[in-house]
Design a protein around this ligand. Structure first.
Ligand code: ADP
Ligand code: MG
Length: 346
């Protein structure tokens, strides 16, 4: 895994209005309050509004300025929010063509995004299954799908997960047009289609050999998706995750993680239209408590990861006292002589 990319978190979910932006904002704010440096990116390139949630009316710079090369480096777009440690890059929905950046524009954007200095970078994605949205989602190693107990949200979240997996497969096997054709067939929900699941696709891939089948399994098992259920009003509604997880397992072979539950919060909802700054002041409301719990877990994981990376780096710098298990080669290609104190047992 690319360590620099590891800090990227995408927040998607297929449907509009399920709370993707709110999750980005309140999760970001909770992490920032735990001392993490967080940058939120409004990657909803058709309906950006994250800046409004932070209390900002008119963004001075947006991603469009970067895409159109008005600014050369992305850090010029970063603005502060009322929360310490929490910064934002505003989205762009007013400039024709930006909602569908070209491949080269996307590559340049991704390259610059991962260079941003932060502990956590949260990508707030737009609704729908456009390639741009899915590419953002696939790019981030940490993938959150936000869903509400509404049936339409469940359908859209599943559709989004499915589209992401099949796009990833199409990209992986792009050199083999026959394989891509099979992936396409599996991805369309056409009545009477015999290849309608990953298991069936796996069978069909037999024609290309075991290597293809193994690769298919590697891609599927490598797609780690975290499910966050938002606007939960009672315990029964928590079952939403079981529905999505079992369908995704049966048809897509995916093990989806139950990541968190955020309750419906009247106080929060009422405050949004007022633009009162309530969202940003971190007051204890139900939803904020839920987000704090999730942020606390992420924070702990980050600390564990840092410890691990630190230990690995330390090991590289200072080999253990008994010496490295494989003697390093000298530039000339021969092993260096062991020092007598380490080399001979008493
Ligand atoms: N946990 C919640 N409790 C109450 N209302 C919520 C909650 N999450 C989201 N909302 C409401 O849903 C609206 C849409 O949220 P938003 O984050 O803009 O969705 P999306 O980004 O997915 O389109 C918000 O303006 C807010 O009123
Ligand atoms: Mg949004």
């Amino acid at each position: 895994m690319d360590d620099v990319k590891n800090k990227m978190w995408a927040v998607g979910g297929g449907k509009g209005g399920v709370g993707k932006s709110l999750v980005t904002l309140l999760l970001g704010a909770s992490l920032a309050r735990l001392g993490r440096k967080v940058i939120m990116i409004d990657a909803d390139l058709g309906g950006s509004n994250l800046h409004t949630f932070t209390g900002m009316r008119y963004p001075e710079y947006t991603l469009a300025d970067f895409i159109s090369r008005k600014v050369e480096t992305i850090d010029q777009l970063v603005v502060d929010t009322p929360v310490n440690n929490l910064q934002l890059i505003c989205g762009a929905d007013d400039i024709l063509g930006v909602a569908n950046p070209k491949f080269t524009q996307k590559t340049r954007l991704f390259t610059h995004l991962k260079r941003l200095e932060a502990d956590v970078i949260l990508l707030d994605l737009g609704a729908g299954n456009s390639f741009t949205t899915i590419d953002f989602f696939l790019y981030a190693p940490n993938k959150i799908v936000v869903v509400t107990p509404q049936i339409t949200s469940i359908q859209n979240a599943y559709g989004f997960i499915k589209s992401s997996l099949y796009r990833l497969l199409s990209q992986t096997f792009s050199k083999n047009t026959e394989a891509v054709e099979l992936i396409k067939r599996a991805s369309y929900s056409v009545q009477g289609e015999t290849i309608d699941s990953i298991a069936k696709l796996y069978e069909a891939f037999k024609a290309f050999g075991e290597e293809y089948q193994e690769k298919l399994l590697t891609v599927v098992s490598g797609l780690n998706i975290k499910l966050l259920i938002n606007m939960v009003r009672d315990n029964k509604e928590k079952n939403v995750s079981d529905i999505i997880r079992s369908v995704a397992k049966n048809y897509l072979g995916l093990d989806i993680e139950q990541f968190g539950i955020v309750q419906y919060d009247n106080v929060l909802n009422a405050s949004i239209n007022k633009m009162s700054g309530f969202l940003m002041d971190g007051k204890q409301c139900v939803a904020n408590m839920n987000f704090y719990d999730i942020a606390y877990r992420i924070n702990k994981d980050l600390a564990r990861q840092a410890e691990l990376l630190g230990a690995i780096a330390h090991e590289k710098e200072e080999p253990s006292p008994v010496g490295p298990s494989v003697a390093p080669l000298t530039p000339s290609g021969t092993s260096p002589a062991m020092t007598p104190s380490l080399g001979s047992a008493p």
